[in-house]
Design a protein around this ligand. Structure first.
Ligand code: R7I
Ligand code: MG
Ligand code: MG
Ligand code: MG
Length: 357
């Protein structure tokens, strides 16, 4: 298999297993989970996978929406807003119990009512016109990152990510979070196993600085809204600086520190940085996870942060899979997660598109 195809499959399958395994813990909303507990659940899964009638962990809204993004991009060979909106919405009405965010479902209803003609209107009206700052844009962005991989152009990638996200999320935090997630995936696709975490975080800071400094026409800047809300960190760049500081430390911070400082909840601002850190941190040594490869460590660490564990793990899994390739994802995990084979097919479809001029 070509390295690029393996990385495309790694990104999409990594996202699926992060979602399915992370979802075991999502309902707990715990403030950090002891890694031993996560390991125990994973070991059970690995043992179970050898049985013929082994259980299949269902994917949640994170994967459901990523599948729609992938299908729509592949079938239309590009972004078709109305088609993508219809897929999001129809998928929700077919399977409403996938764990969707509390407010995004009203966007789906309004999209359907407008017969997918007013594609960006309903999202703009969310939360009295400020738009949702949930992580629902970032969690599903991986197919868009794969679609723009061939262009090697952060500007083009930003445009597509903004379009895909804006169907449901228009708050700057949500859009910038999806952009950061897609830049991280793109860097992982372009990296070898022996990348430098310090260099990667520097590169992300450079890219995000450019995006965050752009004047915003429609929405308040992230800095402004964060100031109004009295938030400690004002921008994604500031959070990336925190990550940079962590990575330079002799000893990595505790799970609780990371949960508290970077965040691990349903907002994009309080979850995308945690996913990026989970990936970068897992490239380093882990005293208690010696037998696990860097992909496995990323997932175990991301879930251990607690909170929105399926979503932090799906985002971290997408980045790690894009870096280390599909062969880094244990077969036993792949067997136990719903939608892995489909993810491989979507990766092939997106890979084929990337090979066309
Ligand atoms: O962002 P979204 O798609 O939810 C994704 C999350 C992931 O964890 C999934 O795994 C799933 O569990 O949900 O859905 P939204 O409904 O747009 O946002 C999620 C939640 O964030 C909302 O229900 C609100 O509680 C909160 N939220 C806001 N609260 C106040 N003001 C989002 N935006 C705002 C806001 O502007
Ligand atoms: Mg979910
Ligand atoms: Mg590139
Ligand atoms: Mg979630």
């Amino acid at each position: 298999m070509s390295t690029t195809l393996s990385k495309f499959q790694g990104a999409l399958v990594g996202a699926v297993v992060g979602d399915c395994i992370g979802a075991i813990f999502e309902s707990l909303w715990a403030k950090t989970i002891h890694p031993n507990k996560v390991l125990k659940a994973i070991e059970n899964l690995e043992t179970d996978s050898t049985e013929e009638d082994h259980r299949i962990l269902p994917f949640t809204d994170d994967t459901a929406m990523a599948r729609s993004v992938a299908k729509s991009l592949i079938i239309n060979k590009g972004f078709d807003a109305s088609d993508m909106a219809e897929r999001f919405s129809e998928n929700y009405f077919d399977e409403p119990d996938r764990g969707y965010g509390g407010n995004v479902v009203s966007v789906f209803s309004q999209l359907k009512e407008s017969n997918y003609e007013d594609v960006f209107g309903p999202a703009r009206k969310q939360f009295n016109g400020s738009g949702s700052y949930g992580n629902g844009g970032a969690m599903r962005i991986v197919p868009a990152a794969l679609f723009t991989y061939k262009d090697n152009d952060p500007e083009k990638s930003k445009v597509l990510v903004t379009q895909v996200t804006s169907i449901t999320h228009t708050h700057n935090q949500a859009i910038l979070g999806a952009i950061l997630q897609s830049y991280a995936i793109d860097m992982a696709l372009n990296s070898s196993n022996s990348f430098s975490p310090d260099e990667m975080v520097d590169a992300l800071i450079t890219l995000m600085k450019m995006v965050e400094d752009e004047p915003k026409e429609t929405n308040k800047s992230l800095k402004e809204s964060q100031k109004e809300d009295n938030q400690k960190w004002k921008t994604y760049v500031e959070k990336l600086e925190v990550i940079k500081k962590y990575l330079k430390q002799e000893e990595q911070p505790t799970l609780l520190t990371v949960h508290t400082e970077l965040g691990a909840d349903i907002s994009a601002f309080e979850s995308v940085p945690a996913a990026v850190y989970s990936f970068l941190r897992s490239h380093k040594d882990f005293a208690d996870l010696k037998d696990r490869n860097s992909f496995e460590k990323t997932i175990i660490y991301a879930i251990s942060l607690g909170g929105d564990s399926d979503t932090v793990a799906t985002m971290a899994g997408a980045i790690a899979g894009a870096c280390y390739g599909v062969d880094s994802i244990p077969i036993s995990w792949q067997k136990c997660c719903e939608g892995v084979e489909d993810a491989k097919q979507f990766a092939e479809g997106l890979y084929k598109l990337s090979q066309m001029s």
